[in-house]
Design a protein around this ligand. Structure first.
Ligand code: GLC
Ligand code: CA
Length: 503
């Protein structure tokens, strides 16, 4: 087992985490200042969303230089400091790597678009219109259903962009692109980074024929439909680069395919990704049958591939889990108990440990082209406005920021934050939860249950998905944790929506 099998990752969206220079945008020094908090919380590794130079059309996911830091976030020296300070505390740091597309302002694209003869022309995906004048194919953006092709008047050809027109797709079929991107990995590996979260990694390979998507699936956009062998070959090369370095540097792929079976193929024969996101957990309704099916399918597919699963309930692209569960406190705690007791590496998104809800963004404050501002509102550190920021930040705070503030919850042993921290401590100190196998997965009406085990150490988890209490009187084992209002209670009765772990 490698360190990342047993780690809990904490995703930092730097713009909204902590601001140290008063410009209303979080920065790398802000992360450094909050390392005490993260260490206290008990997470093992940080994933930092992009801090590279960027025109910010997609808030950093449009990279204009992979080997530098945008001044709004700080400097390379700040990143070095962050890595070294985290390491001193025994925490790992991974960064986002955005290999499918660059910013249109990246020098490579500037050159590529300058003429059809430019040596970098083929670094991106250029096509003529079809003879009848139509677009090269029917691919659409998942955000707005606009075509994935934009005409560049200088050379009269269209370029491909699976996201915004400001994010042209790189041509990974070109070996020089692959070499240049491998060097961007080495740049950060040399600085001591522990690995990468690889943005929409399943998109880097493209069917060379760029065939039309099926008409009946056009509404989902091209991104979740791109699943081709080319990507697997590139992933093997990427893995080789990480293996040049000691210390189990990890790759976590954002494989935005909505079937656990498809996701599992991106581990290859343990020669592609180390870990891959499985986003079905963000879309699965809070029902025992649905979770049973998802866990069963995930376990089956990953065991077959000898792959280690991941679990996630929130991130910077999706409505926060607390909002999906309508703010119901017991359900939110049960969801955290589930996330932190399943087999696989959990990813926690900043604010999730506070039970934070999505923000309602007034129309005049909307900034994201993908309508995701609501899950990116600033962390409320302090109770009093501006909640540990020095004025109104780049996005408004979510409603009731004072009620969710770290300052308040930190002192309250009955708070959601205290519950979340207890769960993290329990996971860290319980081998079965951290590295163990999963067995005895069952659903009985609205009651889901499973066991985690290492050797002859077993723990048993029950999640009551119903609005009725459930009595578990056959259980004589002590309670390790429960998600009801009193989580030290040893009662055998599960309250409505409550989850429990017995040792
Ligand atoms: C991924 C990121 C998302 C970004 C997109 C394009 O889905 O998580 O934030 O907008 O890729 O890079
Ligand atoms: Ca700042």
């Amino acid at each position: 087992m490698a360190w990342w099998h047993g780690a809990v990752f904490y995703q930092i969206y730097p713009r909204s985490f902590h601001d140290t220079n008063g410009d209303g945008v979080g920065d790398i020094k802000g992360i450094i200042e909050k390392l005490d908090y993260l260490e206290w919380l008990g997470v093992d590794a940080l994933w930092i969303s992009p801090v590279f130079p960027s025109p910010m059309a997609d808030f950093g996911y449009d990279v204009s230089d992979y080997c530098d830091v945008d001044p709004v976030f700080g400097s390379l020296a700040d990143m070095d400091q962050l890595i070294s300070d985290a390491h001193t505390r025994g925490m790992r740091v991974i960064i986002d790597w955005v290999p499918n597309h660059t910013s249109e302002e990246h020098l490579w694209f500037q050159e590529s678009r300058s003429s059809r003869e430019n040596p970098r022309r083929d670094w991106y995906i250029w096509r003529d219109a079809n003879p009848d004048g139509s677009l090269p194919n029917n691919w659409l953006s998942s955000w707005n259903n606009e075509p994935d092709w934009t005409l560049d008047p200088t050379t009269g050809q269209y370029y491909l962009h699976c996201f915004l027109p400001q994010q042209p797709d790189l041509n990974w079929a070109n070996i020089n692109v692959r070499r240049a991107m491998a060097d961007t990995l080495r740049f950060w590996l040399n600085r001591g980074i522990d690995g990468f979260r690889m943005d929409v990694i399943h998109l880097i390979g493209k069917d060379p024929a760029l065939p039309d998507d099926p008409e009946d699936l056009l509404f989902v956009g091209h991104v979740p439909l791109n699943d081709v062998p080319e990507t697997h070959a590139y992933l093997k090369e990427i893995r080789e680069v990480l293996k040049e370095y000691p210390g189990d540097r990890v790759s976590v792929g954002e494989v935005y395919l909505l079937e656990p079976e498809a996701v599992a193929t991106y581990y290859g024969e343990r020669d592609e990704l180390d870990l891959s996101f499985n986003f079905m957990s963000l879309l699965t309704p809070w029902r025992a049958q649905s979770w049973h099916e998802l866990i069963h399918r995930t376990e089956t597919a990953h065991l077959r591939a000898e792959a280690w699963p991941t679990w996630v309930l929130s991130n910077h692209d999706n409505q926060r889990v607390a909002s999906r569960l309508n703010g119901d406190p017991t359900r939110i705690r049960s969801a955290a108990l589930l996330l932190l007791s399943l087999r696989g590496t959990p990813f926690v998104y900043q604010g999730e440990e506070l039970g934070l809800l999505n923000g309602d963004i007034p129309p005049e404050r909307v900034v994201d082209p993908g309508s995701r501002d609501g899950c990116r509102t600033p962390m409320p550190w302090n109770v009093a406005y501006p909640h540990g920021w020095s004025g109104e930040p780049w996005l408004p705070f979510a409603a009731d920021a004072d009620r969710f503030a770290v300052e308040l919850q930190h002192e309250d042993s009955g708070s959601y934050l205290s519950f979340f921290r207890q769960m993290l401590l329990l996971r860290r100190s319980t081998e079965a939860l951290r590295w163990g196998g999963l067995t005895a997965l069952r659903v009985d009406g609205d009651l889901l249950s499973y066991q985690r085990f290492v050797g002859d150490q077993f723990v048993t988890v029950y999640v009551n998905f119903s609005r009725e209490p459930v009595v578990l009187d056959h259980h004589d084992r002590p309670v390790l944790m429960r998600s009801g209002d009193d989580w030290s209670s040893s009662s055998r009765e599960l309250a409505p929506s409550e989850a429990i772990i017995f040792c």
